[in-house]
Design a protein around this ligand. Structure first.
Ligand SMILES: Nc1ncnc2c1ncn2[C@@H]1O[C@H](COP(=O)(O)OP(=O)(O)OP(=O)(O)O)[C@@H](O)[C@H]1O
Ligand SMILES: [Mg+2]
Length: 232
């Protein structure tokens, strides 16, 4: 199993209030799954993504990624797992504004062996995968929204991550551009990429193969897309 979560909780204390952002989540995700996580605001989706992406650790419970127990790793080891195994895509792209597309895509490679030329050629190949080989030297303000998100996806892929994690990847895009990004995700999934994305929109979620619905920090339902309500 690629991902195994056992009885994961994430609790926060704010003043006297205890918030159960995650309240006992059990989940298994196999390689090459394409999963959408849905649920109302505050249901725990981003908290779950942060734990899956090794950006944060659970309060209690066990998280195994590739059969390695990451839930009790120290910060430095966790950062390394994150850098090597996880690619992130965000709603707001999170590109460096002054850096070219190629430079943005190279960023996750700063710890990898090889010199400038090796990094540049991997950036070129990732940008080719997302259809932007001809935009290597453009800066973010010289790119459309959909192109910016493609650069962000290339950056997420450049380390060949085990998991692509996307939190509302089409949230800032119009519907036609969203469809292009989702077509790209579909192609990446066909090529073997494991994808987990958070979305509020049924039209987006129905591109995935499996839909996990969160409610009050728990998994409310977990169904293949054909059996979930988005299919209706
Ligand atoms: N750092 C924190 N400190 C205290 N409470 C937090 C913290 N982060 C999240 N929460 C709380 O945990 C719950 C789950 O938050 P989370 O961000 O995971 O929701 P979400 O499903 O991603 O919502 P949205 O759809 O609005 O992005 C919320 O009630 C939130 O207020
Ligand atoms: Mg969120």
């Amino acid at each position: 199993m690629l991902i195994r979560l056992q009885n994961i909780t994430k609790h926060y204390t704010v003043g006297v209030e205890k918030i159960r952002a995650l309240d006992g989540v059990d989940l298994e995700i196999a390689p090459n799954e394409y999963v959408a996580i849905m649920g109302s605001s505050g249901s725990g989706k981003s908290t779950l993504m942060n734990i899956l992406g090794c950006l944060d650790r659970p309060t209690t419970g066990v998280y195994e990624l590739d059969n390695r127990r990451v839930s009790d790793m120290g910060a430095a080891r966790l950062a390394r797992v994150r850098n090597e195994r996880i690619g992130f895509v965000f709603q707001s792209f999170e590109l460096l504004p002054r850096a070219t597309a190629a430079r943005n895509v190279e960023l996750p490679l700063i710890y990898s062996p090889g010199g400038w030329w090796a990094r540049r050629s991997r950036a070129r190949s990732a940008l080719t995968t997302v259809g932007l080989a001809d935009r290597m030297r453009h800066r973010p303000n010289q790119l459309s929204g959909g192109q910016k998100q493609r650069v962000a996806i290339a950056r997420a892929l450049v380390n060949r991550p085990a998991i692509l994690l996307a939190d509302e990847p089409t949230g800032n895009l119009d519907s036609a551009t969203s469809e292009e990004i989702l077509a790209l995700f579909g192609k990446l999934h066909e090529d073997g990429q494991t994808i987990i994305m958070v979305t509020h929109e049924s039209d987006v979620a129905r591109h995935a193969r499996r839909i996990i619905r969160m409610k009050d920090g728990r998994v409310q339902s977990d169904l293949p897309v054909e059996k979930d309500a988005v299919h209706a």
